[in-house]
Design a protein around this ligand. Structure first.
Ligand code: HEC
Length: 208
C-alpha cells in the first residue's frame, strides 16, 4: 500500500513535470516551448542593420562597411601624362612594347615584389628561376607542375626566349595566361602587372 502510493506520487510528479515543460506528445500550445537546455540560444549580439553603442565603431552601425580595395589592386602611381597602361602593351603595329609605361621607383618595385611573391612565386619561385631549377629556385606548385616552368633568367647556352621577351609580352602573359599558365588579368590590376614586370627585370639584373 505504502509502496503503491509512493509510486503513483512519483508518476503524477513526472506527468506534471512533462506537462509543464510542454513536451507531452501530441499536445499543442501557443506558448513558446520551455527552454531547459539553452544551447547558447540567447546571447548578447549585434543584429544586422541595427545601431550599436560600441565605442570602437564611432559610426554607430553594427554592420561594418566592406574593406576598400581588399586585394590591393589599386596602386596609385604618380602617373602624370602616362599613356593608358591597359592599352600600352602593344604598339600600333601590334608588336609588343619594349618600354614599361609605368615609371619605376622604389615603391613600384616593392609593389611588384609583393605581387610577384603572392601570385607568381608559387610556380616560378621567389627568384624567378622556374620549376625545374637544380638549385631549388622553384615554387611549391611549380615543382609538381606537369609542364616545365620557364626560367626568367638568362642562362649561357640556353635559347633564352623567355628572359628576352619584351616588357609588353610579359604583361600579355600575365594578363591572358599562356599554355597551362592561368590568366591573372582579372586578379591583378593593370599598374600592378606592370610593377611585376619591373620586378622581374630587377631579378634578371641580379643574375647577369
Ligand atoms: C600555377 C602556376 C603558375 C603561376 C602562378 C604563374 N605561372 Fe607563369 N607559367 C606557368 C607555366 C606552366 C608556364 C609555361 C606555360 C607553357 O609554356 O605552357 C608559364 C610561363 C610563363 C611565362 C613565359 C611565357 C612564354 O611565352 O613562354 C611568363 C613570362 C610567365 N609565366 C610569367 C608569370 C608571372 C609574371 C606570373 C605571376 C603574375 C606567373 N607567371 C604565374 C605557370 C605559372
Amino acid at each position: 500500500m505504502k509502496l503503491f502510493s509512493a509510486r503513483s506520487a512519483l508518476l503524477s510528479l513526472v506527468a506534471v513535470a512533462t506537462a509543464l515543460t510542454g513536451c507531452m506528445r501530441g499536445g499543442t500550445s501557443s506558448e513558446p516551448p520551455v527552454h531547459l537546455v539553452l544551447d547558447m540560444d540567447f546571447q548578447p549580439k549585434l543584429r544586422a542593420q541595427a545601431k550599436t553603442e560600441f565605442a570602437g565603431w564611432p559610426d554607430g552601425r553594427s554592420m561594418r562597411a566592406p574593406v576598400a580595395d581588399p586585394f590591393g589592386k589599386t596602386l596609385v602611381v604618380a602617373q602624370g601624362s602616362l599613356p593608358d597602361p591597359k592599352l600600352a602593351n602593344r604598339t600600333a603595329g601590334n608588336a609588343f612594347v619594349t618600354q614599361n609605361p609605368v615609371p619605376v621607383d622604389g615603391r613600384v618595385l616593392a609593389r611588384g615584389q609583393e605581387m610577384f611573391d603572392i601570385h607568381c612565386a608559387v610556380c616560378h619561385g621567389y627568384s624567378g628561376q622556374g620549376g625545374n631549377h637544380p638549385q631549388g629556385g622553384h615554387g611549391l606548385v611549380g615543382r609538381r607542375w606537369p609542364v616545365a616552368i620557364p626560367n626568367f633568367h638568362f642562362v649561357d647556352g640556353a635559347d633564352n626566349r623567355v628572359p628576352q621577351m619584351p616588357d609588353g609580352e610579359f604583361f600579355e602573359v600575365i594578363t591572358h595566361g599562356k599554355g597551362t599558365m592561368p590568366a591573372y588579368g582579372a586578379r591583378i590590376g593593370v599598374e600592378d602587372r606592370w610593377a611585376i614586370v619591373h620586378y622581374i627585370r630587377a631579378l634578371q639584373r641580379l643574375s647577369k
